[in-house]
Design a protein around this ligand. Structure first.
Ligand code: SAM
Length: 310
């Protein structure tokens, strides 16, 4: 029991980063059409604290949302008391974000629990910042129940085996917010990069949005200006592709496989390029081709892409 509690305490520490409402607004404004007439579920969100609950509640009528649901998770063995509940809001008092029907949950509000899965089935779209420690499982569940979603995850998750397969197959893509700079979350914890704003401690975490809702951004062509030369774009020792160091320097006249920085995914348009695989770990399998090497030297992680013929 002591070990379980310690493990959960560590997980809790890593997972308790709260999203700022300004970040929710900046991303969600690009998905307005998707939210219209839909049931939105925030399944890792204490309604008393969550910026997601607040944003959709305050803008319920404006966005034309049909229903808003939020479930509050507690680590039972940490806090003992089972103070878990769901909140459901159907409109009528948008400006009072405490308004809604509160019902106690039988289980602990875990997104995997039977009662939360029933709510997931009822929902059309899931929007939240889930626990980073359970990201793979979290995404697998959304995909299993064929839900639309807009969620925050660590940048590194892009190359997780379990996530990359969906990116490669154009089933998941990244949101509007650019990759640089990380996002600032409200936290109580001591972490590397923090700042205090309005008496709140904010921690910087390299995070991005993941979604499967179509957005205009992913149909914008990347404008290219470089041409291929063998000298500027060396080949890998361990995979038949050329290396490109900057997304902006993808050669416009090269038709075979190229290794590009992972940040390319921020600019990825599936009509312009095809994703072939990744070179971002030691794994070698169907999609992953091991880390890239040139002249015996290991290079940065890369995504393998190929231009589509127009
Ligand atoms: C990164 S925080 C984000 C909280 C909130 N969604 C937000 O954006 O401010 C992840 C939250 O997920 C909760 N959580 C952890 N494990 C969970 C689980 N198995 N099911 C549901 N929520 C969980 C944590 O308590 C934590 O509050």
């Amino acid at each position: 029991m002591a070990n379980i509690t310690l493990n959960n305490a560590n997980k809790a520490k890593n997972d308790e980063f709260y999203t700022q409402i300004a970040d929710v607004e900046k991303e969600c404004k690009h998905y307005k059409e998707h939210f219209k007439g839909k049931t939105i579920f925030c399944n890792c969100d204490d309604p008393e604290q969550s910026a997601f609950w607040r944003y959709f509640h305050l803008n319920f009528e404006l966005l034309g949302v049909k229903k808003l649901i939020s479930t509050h998770f507690v680590y039972k063995d940490l806090y003992q008391a089972g103070d878990t509940y769901k909140m459901e809001y159907n409109g009528g008092a948008d400006s009072d974000y405490t308004a809604g029907a509160k019902t106690t949950l039988k289980e602990n509000g875990d997104f995997r629990s039977a009662e939360c899965v029933e709510l997931l089935k009822e929902a059309d779209i899931v929007v939240t910042n889930p626990p980073f420690s359970l990201f793979r499982e979290y995404v697998a569940q959304l995909m299993k129940y064929e839900k639309k979603f807009l969620i925050i995850g660590n940048k590194n998750a892009l190359t997780y085996k379990e996530i990359f397969k969906f990116i490669k197959n154009d089933e998941i893509w990244t949101g509007y917010r650019g990759f640089s700079g990380g996002m600032w979350f409200i936290t109580q914890h001591e972490v590397a990069t923090t700042k205090i704003v309005d008496d709140k401690k904010l921690a910087n975490v390299p995070s991005i949005w993941f979604t499967n809702m179509d957005i205009a951004k992913r149909h914008e062509n990347l404008i290219l200006y470089k041409t291929y030369t063998a000298r500027e774009y060396p080949r890998y020792d361990n995979y038949d592709a050329i290396n490109v160091d900057k997304t902006a320097e993808i050669p416009m006249d090269y038709d075979d496989i190229m290794g590009v920085p992972v940040t390319f995914l921020d600019k990825y348009n599936p009509d312009q390029f095809e994703i072939i695989g990744s070179m971002a770990s030691t794994t070698i399998d169907e999609y992953s081709k091991g880390y890239p090497f040139i002249g015996g030297e290991r290079k940065y992680a890369r995504i393998l892409i190929k231009r589509k013929s127009v």
